[in-house]
Design a protein around this ligand. Structure first.
Ligand code: ZN
Length: 443
């Protein structure tokens, strides 16, 4: 018999660049032996030292995995096809590798620095053009992501955001300029990205991603990139990706620290395998509360763009099953191995989450806190102008500022009798040494 053997992209380098070949064999085992004899370099990629097929390599006869047929001894017939499928990470393309779109002469010129690299070349660039990537969040991470993915020629870029550009965004959200302040982020982003690359189709989704709309919005995309800054959306994106079988390129930033990974339940762990439950509300501050160094989302978002492109090309080794930690202050990288958690509530064997839930409630914010406070008759929030009004009316209000001294220094309500607690001692020392303290302005 002369069955056909298909060799996956990541292994072709070890098979003389061949994508397929016929061998003479009567069983699957014989066919594989024949293949390895022809290309000895394949041996260590397919088999362990004691001759067992590596556990991340699957062999299919036509549509069936041979493990569920007769294993190595499965008989092969003349027109059969044997397909080797590495089951995790590796260079396996996340999206249908067969989908490619032709390039115009203009595009061939534009992407020439990609085309001369064998890892991209015409085939890879055509895959990029056929790819559909959804960016959830057009902020700090979404900025480099949008710019680099558009520039690289990802054919369709969806953007989810409903914010307006404000002045505090400009320190890190390089997608926007000063003249964009007050504009819808998606209007400004779409205009900028279409200028970066008019060959890219930009699809704005100007909505808050919710359990009701997430599956519908994510469904048409090949890769979802998580550029969110809050837990409810992060869990929502993860669960929706698991339910839809899509890779989720994850990035997060805080002050000087960044995290990057690729969660893809079909080939490795998901975000909930790592963090089954969100931290209690208030335990982990957001970037708005804790701050973030402006260049950090540039680094982390660029790594997410890189991983997205690799998934599309099927090039290199993906971050699936690995968590990359970056400490910008120490300039240090660490890599952790991630495992699929058998009891993961969304991708585990006995999964309990089979549909999208209410993620605000799941993360305990903000309704639960508000409801609890309202029950006790407490005031949850007061705006600066409300406070001013009440102070101007002569209401005897005691203002306690619980922020850090460096925050007090930016602006404070000392003229209204505000006191900084808990760090009063630091404040006193500073007043003695400097003689005065900065005054006025709303905190
Ligand atoms: Zn999981």
């Amino acid at each position: 018999m002369s069955p056909m053997i298909r060799i996956p992209t990541p292994l072709r380098t070890y098979a003389g660049g061949e994508s397929e070949g016929t061998v003479r064999a009567s069983t699957v085992g014989d066919a594989m032996t024949e293949l390895v004899q022809r290309y000895p370099q394949l041996q260590r990629h397919l088999y362990t030292d004691d001759g067992a097929l590596r556990n991340f390599v699957n062999v299919f006869l036509n549509e069936e995995e041979v493990r569920y047929l007769g294993g190595d001894r499965t008989a092969v017939a003349e027109k059969d096809t044997i397909t080797i499928v590495p089951s995790i990470a590796g260079g396996a393309s996340a999206i249908d590798a067969a989908v490619e779109r032709d390039l115009s002469p203009e595009e061939v010129l534009r992407y020439s620095r990609h085309l001369i690299m064998p890892e991209v070349a015409m085939g890879g660039q055509r895959k990029l053009k056929a790819a559909r990537v959804l960016l959830v969040g057009a902020g700090g991470l979404g900025s480099p992501l949008g710019l680099y993915l558009a520039a690289a020629g990802v054919g369709t870029l969806g953007l989810v955001d409903f914010d307006v550009v404000d002045a505090t965004n400009l320190q890190r959200q390089v997608l926007y300029g000063s003249s964009d302040v007050g504009r819808s982020k998606l209007d400004a982003a779409a205009e900028r990205l279409r200028d970066v690359n008019p060959h890219v189709e930009i699809i704005p989704h100007e909505v808050r991603l919710t359990s009701e709309n997430a599956l519908r919005i994510l469904e048409p995309y090949d890769v979802v990139v998580d550029g969110t800054d809050n837990f409810p959306t992060r869990y929502l994106v993860n669960d929706a990706c698991v339910l839809l079988g899509k890779p989720n390129v994850y990035g997060s930033i805080f002050r000087f620290e960044g995290q990057v990974s690729v969660f893809f339940a079909e080939k490795g762990p998901c975000y909930r395998c790592l963090f089954p439950e969100p931290p209690p509300p208030g335990l982990v501050p957001s970037c708005a509360e804790g701050g973030v160094l402006g260049v950090l989302p540039g680094i982390v978002g660029s790594l997410q763009a890189l991983e997205t492109i690799k998934l599309i090309l099927g090039a290199g080794e993906s971050l699936i099953g690995r968590l990359l930690l970056f400490d910008a202050l120490m300039l240090r990288w660490r890599e952790l191995k991630l495992h699929k958690y058998p009891d993961c509530p969304v991708c585990g064997e006995r999964r309990t989450v089979t549909t999208l839930v209410d993620y605000e409630e799941f993360c305990g914010i903000p309704q639960a806190i508000a409801a609890d406070a309202a029950e006790r008759g407490a005031l949850v929030e007061i705006t600066a102008s409300e406070l001013k009004e009440r102070l101007d009316d002569g209401e005897p209000i005691t203002i306690i500022d619980v922020r850090e001294p460096h925050e007090w220094e930016i602006a404070n309500l000392e003229p209204y009798g505000a006191r900084l607690i808990p760090d009063a001692a630091t404040l006193l020392t500073r007043r003695e040494t400097r003689g005065s303290s900065p005054s006025s302005g709303a905190a």
